[in-house]
Design a protein around this ligand. Sequence first.
Ligand SMILES: [Zn+2]
Length: 383
Amino acid sequence: MSLPEARYQRQMQLPRFGAEGQARIGAARVLVVGCGALGTVVCEQLVRAGVGSRGGSGSGSLTIVDRDTVELSNLQRQTLFTEQDARRGVPKAEAAKARLAQVHSTAVVRAFVDDLHAANALDYAKRCDLIVDCLDNFETRALLNDCAVALRLPLMYGGAVGLTGMSAALLPHGEGVHAAFGGSVGWSDARTTPCLRCLMPDLPAPGEVASCESAGILGATAGIVASLQAGTALRLLAEGAEHVPAQLVRFDLSSLRFESVSLAGARDASCSCCMARRFAALESPHATAGCRVVCGRNAVEVHLGGALGEEEFARLESRLRGAGVVASSLHGGTRLVKVDLSAQGEGPTGISVLAGDAATLAIVDGTRDLEQARATIARWIGV
Ligand SMILES: [Zn+2]
């Protein structure tokens, strides 16, 4: 047995996995959006299972998109991060990539410190075969659903809050342009499922549903949902869609009840997305990059634009030096500048600027007021 085979031997013994299934896993390009409670567990399971390991003829990869930095309150459930990551405020996507490199040194993992919005979502989605939704808000979920339907890509939906969770592999109806990008998961029209909008035609507005912030969450709840997402994704890749049942699984750890609901025939014939092919989230001006409260923290994130060149970054850094104590560090491909504003009196306590390969973001700490955050950015960064 060759070395790569020895590594994956336990899962290659499973029905329909084998060397061929393992090669398909290795060749797949998987996009994970959100690297928190769900995303960290999903990424770890996928990389350990061989995603991005170049096990096949193609060049597989795992792409992680997340806009946040690691905080102490994340460590209770976000399994790839350490106390050191939280102390240093490392961007989650870069911290996850660094940890995954220790787990699997030859796996191809790409980290993007970026905010998924209407203008960039399709670019990320086009370069993958399968999407895993590890998000914490329905606004961005709607965007991912639009991408999955438009490109006919499998979407692993997952949601977890408190002691309850839900997961489903959604295989959208429609033509799509998937084949043009060499996608590796195919399915027949008979095997299509509802899209997320069929299941939730009026996606809840921010603040309308319980969140981890308002209702709390047990790490185990997220772990179960993430395992369902990763397990279904690996089965779709290795075995093919015809072997994976069209079921939505939901559970409640308080009653220890698990139920599985069939998605067969549950498509909404009047769905605006997968039937009428109107992609409201992709076309919404509100879904463009901007300014939003960071889920679960007293902070606002402001999108400053695309990647910065060396000179632009140096100018930004020198402007920030006028604001207070500045700490600069490099994490993978992302430069992080932290400014302590606590000596400035009332108002925001700090700014972190994350300058990555795809975008430049600022997180303003100590406020949930968008206008105050914008004013802080205008004052210290000048945009
Ligand atoms: Zn639909």
